[in-house]
Each structure stands twice: as structure tokens, then as C-alpha cells.
Ligand binder design. Structure first.
Ligand SMILES: O=P(O)(O)OC[C@H]1O[C@@H](O)[C@@H](O)[C@@H](O)[C@@H]1O
Length: 450
């Protein structure tokens, strides 16, 4: 299966510090590659992957303000769709914009809806509801107006989080600093329960920060650690007494919540959005409805086993589980959308068909080869456009390059194999009294179709 993975370009894939969408794309891509799946990752040029990287945007636009967002969004997305025929599935993680290209290609598009920033963008999702496939990242995040092929909850690289059974005494806030994420509320919980609070994350709303957060930072009880790197984040998570996640919105998924539990750290979260799907109330943390309840929950934290937190994540939020779930989604889509012109060796396109002749372009992927075969009703003429091939004609073999042509009379046993590193493309003119695809006698086939 050939997957085109379309990542956002706000951050690199994986991100250096913050970038939840890019981080999930990276974990999924690397997990699929490990399973032997052919993935092409479309991401910023400074991304790192074991898949094939295709990049037009040199750096993340959040890190380089000289990058004009609209220009690079257009260039980045169009690359995937212009190469659509090379893939069995395009997996879009880039929000709604790529949907507007999906009607122009035959390759099925699956979109993981990581977040709907405003109800105003829903009209795009609604328009493409019947044309593409949507995946939600929690049941809570399903929108009634859309149809979904599955819910796939995120997985994390559990082994990279240090499990710690003996935490320090501080509470932790770890997210972007924004009203939605409830930083102010976390400060109040810390004050009410007389605990130290360490705050980490980048300032997503400067006005909010200056008004609601900064005045409370005394670097004794309320400490701001800044926009931290992944290693420091892991250290803060594993040493924390608990994570406070006092969100003010219906959050689709909380990666930090799962990462905390993987480190053995229980989470006290507002009971809304996806939180009940992530936290087992009383087992891996507490679901609360107010600051008062959260402060009371702090007093009960000793009843939570840090080992249970870790085990719960191992069972429910591993990368392997996420990769399994997405492979199931791809297989379902693959079966639903299977077309005759997609072949194990590549694909073809009929350019013209009239009584007596047919013109096709054929693309054979590297290492691909058509079956050893013959036709009873048609002769064929091949003209090589690009790549390097090896043609078998009866018992002889001929190496072919762009500009070469080959004639295959009716009844002649033949095959063509891609022996180069790039796609082998050729134009075929077939002539005869019957031109249907079923006029193929397969004598031998690498893909078991003979
Ligand atoms: O049988 P497979 O390997 O799919 O090859 C099928 C292809 O064979 C070639 O010789 C031509 O006849 C193409 O028109 C055809 O699509």
C-alpha cells in the first residue's frame, strides 16, 4: 500500500518543541514504515523521517516569519495532489484546505480532523462529506453534521517517557498558555490547595498571559518555566505530583494528559470534551467540574497508583495501537475504492479509446513489473517516456530508455520491468478487434495473479 502523508507546515515533522499535529503525523509515519508500508511524507524540508520526504517549504512558518503562509500552503498541498496517481491513499492532516483539491483526483483522501478551529470552517468539511473519509480523534469530537469512517485516538511513544513512582511535590500545567487551556484556573487550584505550580508552554495569547497569568508568577509558589524543549518536558512530567488540565473548552484530545499518565503522573482535568475518554476517574486521575472540586481532588491524589496510570496508557495509547487502527482504516478504504487501473506494479490511465485502438499511459513503480503475458486479439506498441526498463519478448531481453520503442505482435509472450530508481512511464497504443483488459493470458506473475 502506498500512502501519501500530508503534514502541516506550521512546525517540522516531528516538531522541535511544540506541534501536536506534526508530532502525531511523525509517530504514525514512522510506525507505518516499520511495518513495511510505503509512505511518502509531505512536510517541511527540515523534517526527519524514515519514509520518503517530499518538501517544498524550507522551514516551519511558525519559526520563520519570512515564509508567506498562503504561498507555501498552496505549493505544499498542490505537490501531493499533482502526484495523487502514485498513491493508494492520501492521508490529510492539514485541516480543511486540501479537501478543496480532493474532487480533482481519483485517489481516495482520508482526513484526520485534529481540531476545528471555528464552526465557520465546517462548511468545507460538510461539502466534502460524501467524497472523502473523516477520522475523529475522540468520540467526543464527532460533529453531528459529518460522517466518520472511524475514531482513532492518538498514541504516544510511551518508552520515551520516564516512569517515576516517587514524584516531587509540585503540580504542573503543561500546554500552550491560552484561556482555553485554563492556566488561570490551574493557578487558583494551586493556591487553594497550598501547592507549588510549575507552568510550562509557549504563550499563545500575550494579552491573556499579561492579565491572567503574569501577575501571579512569584517564582516561589507559581513558577513559569517558559517554552520548554521535549527533554525538559519529560523531566517535569515524571517528577510532577499531578498535572492540572482545567480546560475551558471541549478539547478534542489532550496529548499532554496521556504523556503525564505515561510518566506515572495522575491528571486532574475538567470533565469535558475528550477527558472522560482519556482519564479513568479515581484510577488515573480525577474528572472535576469546578476549581473547588479540583482543589479537593488534590488532597485525594495519594489514592492513585502511579503504576496504574502508566499501565493504562500502555494498554490504550501506544503508537502500535494507533498504527493498527489506521491500517484498518486504510484497508477499509482500499477495498471500497479499488479500481481496475490500479495495479500492484503501478497504474495506468486510458488517454483515448476508439473502435480498433486504445491509447494508455502506464506507470511502473521502481521494482515493479507486469505479468509475463500474451494477448490473443491485440498488438501493442510501447514508447518509453521516462525511467529505465527491461523488456522480455519471447526469449530475448532488451533494456529500454526514454525515446525507445517496442512492438509486441498478437500472441507474443512479453513483460516489462522497472529496473531504475524512478517511475518507468510509457505510452501504449494497442490495436485489434477486442481491446478489453480481460484479453490477457498471465503466464507468470510476481504478485500471484497468474
Ligand atoms: O497483467 P498486468 O501485469 O496487470 O499487466 C497489464 C498490462 O499489460 C500490458 O502488456 C498491456 O497489455 C497493458 O495494457 C496492461 O494494462
Amino acid at each position: 500500500m502506498r500512502i501519501a502523508m500530508l503534514s502541516p507546515i506550521a512546525w517540522s515533522t516531528p516538531p522541535k518543541k511544540y506541534g501536536p499535529w506534526e508530532s502525531i503525523v511523525s509517530l504514525l509515519t514512522e510506525g507505518l514504515v516499520k511495518r513495511g508500508i510505503d509512505v511518502t511524507l509531505f512536510a517541511t524540508a527540515d523534517s526527519h523521517t524514515a519514509a520518503k520526504l517530499h518538501a517544498v517549504c524550507p522551514r516551519p512558518y511558525e519559526e520563520d516569519k519570512d515564509i508567506i503562509i498562503k504561498v507555501y500552503e498552496g505549493l505544499h498541498i498542490s505537490e501531493v495532489f499533482e502526484r495523487a496517481k502514485e498513491f493508494d491513499i492520501i492521508h490529510n492532516h492539514f485541516d480543511y484546505l486540501p479537501l478543496t483539491y480532493s474532487g480533482l483526483v481519483d485517489t481516495p483522501v482520508v482526513t484526520t480532523i485534529h481540531g476545528i478551529s471555528s464552526r465557520k470552517i465546517l462548511s468545507v468539511y460538510k461539502k466534502y462529506n460524501n467524497r472523502t473519509f473523516y477520522v475523529s480523534i475522540s468520540d467526543a469530537y464527532r460533529c453531528r453534521d459529518l460522517d466518520y469512517i472511524a475514531t482513532v485516538r492518538h498514541g504516544i511513544d510511551i518508552e520515551s517517557f520516564h516512569f517515576n513512582e516517587k514524584p516531587q511535590d509540585y503540580l504542573l500545567f503543561l500546554s500552550r498558555l491560552h484561556k482555553d487551556k485554563g492556566v488561570r484556573e490551574a493557578i487558583e487550584v494551586a493556591k487553594k490547595s497550598g501547592r507549588k505550580l510549575r507552568i510550562a508552554g509557549f504563550i499563545a495569547d500575550q494579552t491573556y498571559f499579561e492579565k491572567e497569568v503574569q501577575p501571579f508568577i512569584d517564582n516561589k509558589q507559581i513558577i513559569y518555566e517558559g517554552h520548554i524543549d521535549p527533554e525538559f518536558k519529560k523531566e517535569l512530567l515524571s517528577n510532577a505530583y499531578a498535572l492540572l488540565h482545567m480546560i475551558n473548552y471541549e478539547e478534542a484530545f489532550g496529548i499532554g494528559v496521556v504523556e503525564a499518565m505515561a510518566s506515572g503522573t495522575p491528571v486532574i482535568a475538567m470533565n469535558r470534551g475528550s477527558m472522560p475518554e482519556l482519564i479513568r476517574d479515581g484510577e488515573t486521575g480525577f474528572l472535576v467540574n469546578s476549581i473547588e472540586e479540583a482543589a479537593k481532588a488534590v488532597q485525594k491524589l495519594d489514592s492513585i497508583s502511579r503504576k496504574t496510570c502508566r499501565k493504562s496508557v500502555e494498554k490504550r495509547f501506544s503508537v502500535d495501537r494507533m498504527v493498527d487502527d489506521y491500517i484498518k482504516v486504510y484497508e477499509t478504504i482500499f477495498k471500497k475504492c479499488k479500481r481496475e487501473d490500479e495495479r500492484p506494479w503501478g497504474f495506468y490511465e486510458v488517454l483515448r479509446q476508439r473502435p480498433g485502438y486504445k491509447v494508455k499511459s502506464l506507470t511502473i513503480l521502481p521494482q515493479g513489473e507486469i505479468s509475463l503475458q500474451r494477448h490473443f486479439h491485440r498488438s501493442e506498441h510501447w514508447y518509453i517516456i521516462s525511467g529505465e526498463g527491461l523488456v522480455t519478448k519471447n526469449t530475448s531481453q532488451i533494456r529500454v530508455l526514454p525515446g525507445d520503442s517496442v512492438d509486441i505482435p498478437v500472441n507474443e509472450v512479453h513483460r516489462i520491468k522497472n529496473i531504475g530508481g524512478q517511475n518507468l512511464v510509457f505510452i501504449e497504443i494497442s490495436q485489434g478487434d477486442y481491446l478489453g483488459e480481460d484479453d490477457i493470458e498471465r503466464l507468470e506473475d510476481k504478485y500471484g495473479r497468474a
